[in-house]
Every structure is written in structure tokens, then in C-alpha cells.
Ligand binder design. Structure first.
Ligand code: MN
Length: 257
């Protein structure tokens, strides 16, 4: 049977499940907060146009306002200065929006230490146990952080020293960007970098190295616990915003049951 016919049959029989990795997008969606000297991204807000009323007797619709980097979203290379000559979100080839996913589970480590950092050796150990990271695929980092998404405070987990959330070390980010075959990395936290990454060298190394290498980021994913370590296919669908640095995205995974 042809591949797409097999996929359609699998969807119909339930042997292929579609898992939604997207957080609901509303004015309650947790939001990145930068130090106050910097510009801030906007909350998601709906503005009613009409709802079966005088402004539209048979139809309901809204305008919305949002930051590009609000909620489950896609980071394009142009988001960072290192990728400023790279793709905007409208220029990302569609073939790069569908690919195999490797899911690495660090929820135990991040549960013990919110500042936990993934190192190159963690990834190499995972590769030894499973398979090499997938060519043109996605590295998905599970930390259990999606369980905190109901609360801005718990999600950012900040104190007087700044936010405490897990991520990659600078060395690991450079390795994923420059040595590994994946084209993107996805996380459950508010951004692709660790909470303390403003103090790393370089600052925000995931953004710096990944976008400098023309690679992508996905943030605020959920339901990664429903994916196998290997074998899932990720589908990311950011809006095709011309000159956009990123976009809220619906992110799905196809999983064989
Ligand atoms: Mn972002």
C-alpha cells in the first residue's frame, strides 16, 4: 500500500493517533517576561466583532492581538541576531514543518532541580540506548514543565535571582545546533532557553546557536509524555506571517499505537 493510503487507514483504525502538543491559547496563557529595560511581548487577547447580534446577526467572529512568541509557538531563524539573514517564519520551507521526533525525558531531573541543564553526554547516552537523533528531525525535551502551565507564577518560577526553569547548557546548545542532524528543538517551557540563560555565555545559547545555524525552536509544548522516545512524526504549523520572527502554532504528533 502507498504511504498515504496506509496513513489514512491507520488514522481510521486508530493505529495512528494524532496527539495535540499545543497549549490552549487565551488571555490566561503564560507569557515570557524580560527584564524591564527591554520591550515586552503581548498577551493573547480576543476582541469581539459580532456574535449573532446587530453587528452580525448570523455570525460570530473576533479580531485578536498577540505577540508572535505567545503560547505554543515557533521561533524562526530571523528571531535572533545570529540568524538575522536567515528565514522569516513565512519563508520556512513546508518540508521542514513535518519530521521525525526524538523525545528525551528529563522530567525526573527537572523535578529535582528546576535549573537542570541537559548536557551533550545526556543526549549521547540517550542515542546509545535508542537511536541517533533523527536527520532533519526534532529534538523534543520533556521536563514535566507543562504541568505548571496553569499558573504564570509557577511556569516562570522566578525569584530575586530570575527565572528557574530547565533547558540546555551552552555547550549542549552549540552541539545540537552545529553537530547534530536535527533541524529544530522543542521544549515545554516558556522559551527554548533555560530560565538562567541570560547569564550564560553566550547569553540565550539555544537561540544564539540554533538560529545562527538556521534551525528552529518550538516552545510551550504539552503532552510530550504521550509520545514514544522514537517513531513519532511532528507537524508544526506556524502562521505564515510575512517578515514574522515566529508565530503561535498548532503542533501535532502522529504516533503509532
Ligand atoms: Mn520564541
Amino acid at each position: 500500500m502507498a504511504a498515504l493510503s496506509m496513513l489514512v487507514a491507520g488514522l481510521a483504525s486508530g493505529s495512528v493517533e494524532v496527539v495535540d502538543l499545543t497549549a490552549p491559547l487565551s488571555s490566561d496563557t503564560p507569557l515570557l517576561e524580560l527584564p524591564e529595560q527591554f520591550g515586552q511581548t503581548a498577551r493573547f487577547e480576543l476582541e469581539l466583532i459580532s456574535r449573532y447580534d446587530d453587528a452580525g446577526p448570523a455570525w460570530y467572529w473576533n479580531n485578536f492581538r498577540t505577540g508572535e512568541h505567545t503560547g505554543t509557538h515557533f521561533d524562526a531563524p530571523i528571531h535572533w541576531i545570529t540568524g538575522q539573514d536567515g528565514e522569516d517564519v513565512a519563508s520556512v520551507p513546508p518540508s521542514n514543518l513535518v519530521g521525525p521526533a526524538a523525545v528525551l525525558d528529563f522530567s525526573a531531573e527537572a523535578g529535582e532541580n528546576p535549573d537542570f541543564l541537559v548536557e551533550i553526554d545526556h543526549i549521547k547516552a540517550w542515542e546509545k540506548q535508542h537511536v541517533p537523533l533523527p536527520d532533519r528531525g526534532w529534538l523534543l525535551v520533556r521536563t514535566g514543565w507543562d504541568a505548571r502551565a496553569h499558573s504564570q507564577e509557577e511556569f516562570l518560577n522566578a525569584d530575586e535571582n530570575g527565572p528557574h526553569t530547565p533547558g540546555l547548557s551552552a555547550e549542549c546548545a552549540q552541539w545540537v545546533a552545529q553537530e547534530s542532524p536535527v533541524i529544530g528543538m522543542g521544549v515545554e517551557t516558556v522559551g527554548s532557553d533555560a530560565g538562567a540563560a541570560a547569564t550564560f555565555d553566550p547569553m540565550f545559547p539555544c537561540h544564539s546557536f540554533m538560529h545562527g545555524a538556521g534551525k528552529y525552536g518550538l516552545t510551550q509544548l504539552r503532552n510530550l509524555d504521550r509520545l514514544p522516545p522514537t517513531g513519532a512524526v511532528l507537524i508544526a504549523s506556524p502562521l505564515r506571517i510575512v517578515n514574522g520572527s515566529g508565530s503561535p502554532a498548532r503542533v501535532l504528533a502522529l504516533v503509532e499505537r
